[in-house]
Design a protein around this ligand. Structure first.
Ligand SMILES: Nc1nc2c(ncn2[C@@H]2O[C@H](COP(=O)(O)OP(=O)(O)OP(=O)(O)O)[C@@H](O)[C@H]2O)c(=O)[nH]1
Ligand SMILES: [Mg+2]
Length: 232
């Protein structure tokens, strides 16, 4: 089956080349689509030259920074238009380990959606502050309670989708863009009757570059979850 990994980037020039190299080494048949929001550090130019030398690497350049959710929606649409049947989300900063990608893809053969999960036995986080651990874990428990599906890792962004699952979600209906984007995607898929399986992953803190996490992002997400439960 035609498989693609979508990697959104904003200022990831140190990470993107080693990440693409490692992903392709472990999974020689996958394609990679980098969705770059005109990164000032030149990430887009680096990927463009990689794409010129390798037909499995693709670049979707957008003119301005519009957030992770918008980048993924554009990437999902590109992948669906180009007839990819398996579509995986992955961060550029090595928080999502290329070795875990192989596991996700294997399990997806028999399910509609695979969630890379820090909160099932065998999964976890590395080098995270206690504060960040508490926020992430409680976000998962809170979402599970409000949304009512037995998923543990709602906020994680390392997930593999069958094309039909993304089609069933209705990508144009998605409203979240920040921290709650991953929650909304999963909720809409489960609500559409799709089957999700959690596979343990080890989430490592970003290798290089600046963290953009803030309490404003978290508070916005808490409200969003209730909005989802009421409106979707
Ligand atoms: N295209 C695009 N990519 C983005 C945008 N914001 C973040 N990204 C990318 O999305 C992925 C996840 O973002 P991160 O900044 O790592 O978010 P995080 O893991 O929650 O936080 P830190 O790693 O602590 O900064 C990375 O590959 C980023 O480069 C954006 O506005 N547009
Ligand atoms: Mg990160």
């Amino acid at each position: 089956m035609k498989s693609i990994v979508i990697i959104p980037t904003y200022n990831e020039k140190e990470n993107i080349t080693p990440l693409i190299t490692e992903v392709l080494k472990l999974n020689p048949n996958v394609h990679i689509l980098v969705v770059d929001d005109n990164s000032p550090d030149g990430t887009g130019k680096i990927v463009q030259s990689l794409a010129e030398g390798n037909s499995q690497v693709h670049l979707l350049s957008r003119t301005q920074k519009e957030g992770l959710g918008r980048a993924y929606i554009a990437g999902f649409k590109w992948a669906l238009q180009n007839q990819f049947e398996i579509i995986t989300e992955m961060d550029a900063d090595f928080s999502h380990r290329p070795v875990d990608l192989t596991k996700l893809l294997r399990v997806l053969r028999t399910s509609d959606l695979v969630v890379g999960s820090r909160y099932v036995p065998g999964g976890g986080t590395q080098n995270w502050s206690l504060f960040r651990k508490i926020i992430s874990r409680s976000g998962g428990i809170y979402s599970r309670m409000i949304l009512g599906y037995p998923l543990n890792d709602w906020t994680g962004g390392f997930n593999s989708w069958k094309a039909e699952t993304l089609q069933a979600i209705g990508l144009d209906l998605i409203q979240s863009n920040g921290y709650s984007f991953q929650i909304e995607l999963k909720y809409r898929a489960l609500k559409a009757g799709k089957k999700g399986v959690e596979v343990p992953i080890l989430f490592e803190d970003r290798r290089v570059g600046q963290s953009k996490m803030s309490s404003k992002i978290v508070l916005e997400a808490l409200g969003r979850v209730i909005g989802l439960r009421i409106k979707v």
